[in-house]
Design a protein around this ligand. Structure first.
Ligand SMILES: [Cu+2]
Length: 121
């Protein structure tokens, strides 16, 4: 498990360096609240990271990228926002998050599996 997790972090870091040269410090490895661009991977394990903590009041955009056909996470749904976005393979889909209020926003795949969340604090 630990090896898989480390590998996922490594892959995230590599992807981040390729696509987001301007802010190398915003990798999804942060454990504390973050802001700015946050990469979220969708694959056979669902969404990674599955919990994203954002700083209240600071602008944040989730950058979803599906990396495999082998998943039903071909779209992401935010039920509270009534928002559904398709996730084409290997395309970054940006979803800005309103962080004005401290709250928890759930998100999931189109079938309601892979429960994940954004915590604004
Ligand atoms: Cu599903």
């Amino acid at each position: 498990m630990k090896t898989t997790f480390a590998l996922a972090l490594l892959l995230t870091a590599v992807a981040c360096n390729k696509t987001d040269k301007a802010s190398p410090g915003t990798a999804a490895t942060a454990t504390g609240p973050t802001s700015g661009m946050v990469d979220v991977k969708a694959d056979g394990d669902g969404f990674t990271p599955s919990t994203i903590t954002l700083k209240k009041g600071e602008s944040a955009t989730l950058r979803f990228k599906r990396t495999t056909e082998e998943t039903c996470a071909d779209k992401v749904v935010f039920p509270e926002l009534k928002l559904t976005k398709d996730l084409p393979v290997n395309q970054v889909v940006e979803i800005p998050i309103d962080t004005k209020e401290a709250k928890t926003l759930g998100f999931e795949c189109g079938m309601g599996m892979y429960k994940s969340k954004v915590v604004i604090q």
